[in-house]
Design a protein around this ligand. Structure first.
Ligand SMILES: [Zn+2]
Length: 306
């Protein structure tokens, strides 16, 4: 069995979640790897289509190889694949898991596309995540102005017809650094309905960065300008992990903020600095710190390796 599938099962039974950490260069990946290694936490290393084209196929594969050689409980995942072709490419390259995001399509089309990816992926024992409902916010340059919450009945039909291994649900999280304008809530009632219809099925939350105020304040104090940035409150995420079936939590924004904050700090405090290792190295350390904190205090994935 795919080891990631086994970890999802374990996460369901023991109420923890795997961090799905997006990386965009070598240092961000190394920060994630070091953070997971130091906390003995299984995790998903994720690349978006944008990151794949930014880094390049060959480099992604070799970077992931290096990451896994350093810590074997890491799984390479394609985040938000929008077509069969991109998912097939990732599967052929040796990814452990792919997401097919047909959430902007009509229900029937989303089912057909997701099933096609599942049928192909499962021949190679690759895990597939689908998505139903739409998150607010910006993601790889596509902006959605409103939430479309997941319909629980549709979720059941979707899982049955596609054979998908996990499902990303829309219950009020959103992509980007500006997650809420009003009250910071999640629709646990919808989540519970989904779980009633799909007991013990692995569910996923996207757009789940916490955008900690301390980090944003530091970012701004070194010349940044992120006003009113707000993330998902930590206690809501813990509730989703501890009392529900969320087994994968996606984090991109928090890692970008962490690295960029340190780059800003080093460059603003040392205007003469031009050694890449000095500022990217600090960025890498900050990502490691954030990943360790999440594994220990939010996801409870620390010390959960088999
Ligand atoms: Zn996402």
């Amino acid at each position: 069995m795919n080891r990631l599938k086994e970890y999802y099962k374990k996460a369901l039974q023991n109420h923890f979640a795997l961090g799905a950490f997006n990386f965009n260069n070598m240092e961000s990946l190394q920060g994630i790897v070091n953070g997971c290694k130091k906390t003995n936490a299984p995790a998903i290393i994720a690349v978006s289509e944008g990151a794949l084209s930014y880094i390049g196929d060959d480099f992604i594969i070799e970077l992931a190889k290096g990451a896994k050689a350093s810590f074997t409980h890491l799984f390479l995942h394609l985040d938000h694949g929008k077509s069969f072709e991109i998912c097939k490419k990732a599967i052929d390259l040796g990814f452990d898991s792919v997401m097919i995001d047909g959430s902007s399509l009509k229900f029937g089309e989303n089912i057909a596309l997701t099933k096609m990816v599942c049928d192909y992926a499962h021949k190679f024992d690759v895990q597939v995540e689908g998505e139903l409902g739409q998150l607010k916010g910006i993601e790889d340059n596509v902006y959605a102005s409103d939430h479309h919450f997941t319909d629980p009945l549709q979720a059941k039909i979707f899982v049955e017809r596609t054979g998908v291994d996990s499902l990303a649900v829309a219950i009020g999280t959103s992509h980007g650094a500006y997650k809420y304008q009003g009250e910071q809530t999640l629709r646990f009632d919808i989540l519970q309905e989904i779980e009633n219809l799909l007991p013990s099925f692995p569910l996923v939350l996207h757009g789940a960065s916490t955008v900690d105020k301390e980090l944003v304040d530091k970012f701004n104090s070194y010349g940044g300008k992120l006003e009113h940035a707000v993330g998902v409150p930590k206690d809501l995420l813990i509730e989703a992990i501890k009392n529900h079936n969320i087994v994968k939590i996606n984090t991109d924004t928090d890692l970008r903020l962490a690295m960029t904050m340190q780059v800003r700090k080093v460059l603003s405090e040392n205007p003469k600095e031009f050694d890449l290792r000095k500022y990217l190295g600090k960025g890498r350390e900050e990502i490691e710190r954030v990943v360790m904190d999440k594994n220990q205090n939010l996801l409870f994935s620390a010390n959960k390796i088999d």
